[in-house]
Design a protein around this ligand. Structure first.
Ligand SMILES: Cc1ncc(COP(=O)(O)O)c(C=O)c1O
Length: 291
């Protein structure tokens, strides 16, 4: 089945993906003037939807437009159902642009936002990455210099980072600031484990990951301590364990930095425990939505 065989939700309607269109005057296309959220659905229901919507609303407000109000939970459930994903885990991407307008850089005050949602099964490589761990590499730049807290459609740093990582045979590239400080992955947050402490870079200069926040909440019950502090490349190299987090890939152990093993070169115990804890928490949270 091709990605064009499904159904998308666009501007209030469910439309065959093959026929879904946005205007050539859409500011998301012309200027990257828009935002998005990528979420994971478990058995047809999106986990953390309210938190993702709240991040999106906050970013839209900062850019001077709004997320159209509707029953997003019901809309996404229906979209998943129409795509045969009611019982499976899925990738869900909610996209919002400032809308179409005459092609001037200065945005008009009254554009009507464009909203569309794409869904697909969770990419198959993720469960292997979760089980076996992955190799990462370093990128000598970061997103920190301009509004990194927003998930904007300006995705070039990420695309170029993914290309550079893939060329080196790595699953993920980690953005490094000032040649020294790890910030985040191109599409993930990063944690280093040392003893019972989980260190993650402070939120200033990175995307405030929803999964990162949930991990911080879950560690309390596990007798683990979260430390938000600048994470150097040297500290990463000598960590007991390292893992990446994101909504769709959940928790992915890092077992190599380029050719060098990290923490024995296998997924660490705390990482594996957190994977289980997180998965249980997410499944329970979506089960509660059904009542
Ligand atoms: C730059 C960046 N950091 C972190 C994340 C993880 O965020 P979340 O946990 O909200 O999915 C992402 C997700 O795509 C990202 O693009």
């Amino acid at each position: 089945m091709s990605y064009l065989d499904g159904t998308v939700f666009i501007d209030g309607r469910f439309v065959a993906a093959r026929r879904a269109r946005v205007s050539v005057f859409d500011r998301g296309l012309l200027y990257g003037d828009g935002l998005f959220e990528t979420m994971r659905a478990y058995g047809g229901r999106v986990f953390g939807l309210q938190e993702h919507l709240s991040r999106l609303r906050g970013s839209a407000a900062a850019l001077g437009f709004q997320v159209p109000e509707r029953d997003w939970s019901a809309t996404l459930q229906e979209l998943l159902r129409r795509n045969g994903l009611a019982k499976r885990d899925a990738w869900v991407r909610l996209n919002l642009t400032r809308g179409s307008a005459a092609p001037d850089v200065l945005p008009p005050a009254d554009a009507k936002p464009t909203v569309f949602v794409l869904v697909k099964p969770v990419p198959s490589g993720f469960s292997r990455a979760q089980r076996e761990g992955v190799r990462v590499t370093l990128l000598d730049y970061s997103r920190h210099s301009f509004m990194p807290e927003h998930k904007s459609l300006n995705y070039l740093p990420t695309i170029l980072g993914k290309v550079a990582a893939a060329r080196k045979g790595a699953y993920e590239g980690l953005f490094v600031r000032d040649g020294r400080y790890l910030m985040e992955g191109t599409t993930s947050s990063v944690f280093a484990v040392r003893g019972r402490r989980l260190q993650t870079p402070p939120v200033a200069g990175i995307l405030p990951g929803v999964t990162r926040r949930i991990i911080s909440e879950l560690t309390a019950g596990e007798g683990l301590q979260i430390v938000e502090r600048d994470l150097t490349v040297a500290a990463l190299r000598s960590a007991d364990e390292v893992f990446l987090t994101s909504s769709v890939a959940e928790i992915v152990p890092v077992t190599r930095l380029d050719d060098r093993p990290i923490g024995g070169g296998r997924p660490g115990k705390i990482t594996v425990a957190m994977q289980r804890r997180y998965r249980r928490y997410a499944r329970r949270a979506v089960a509660r939505q059904e009542r």
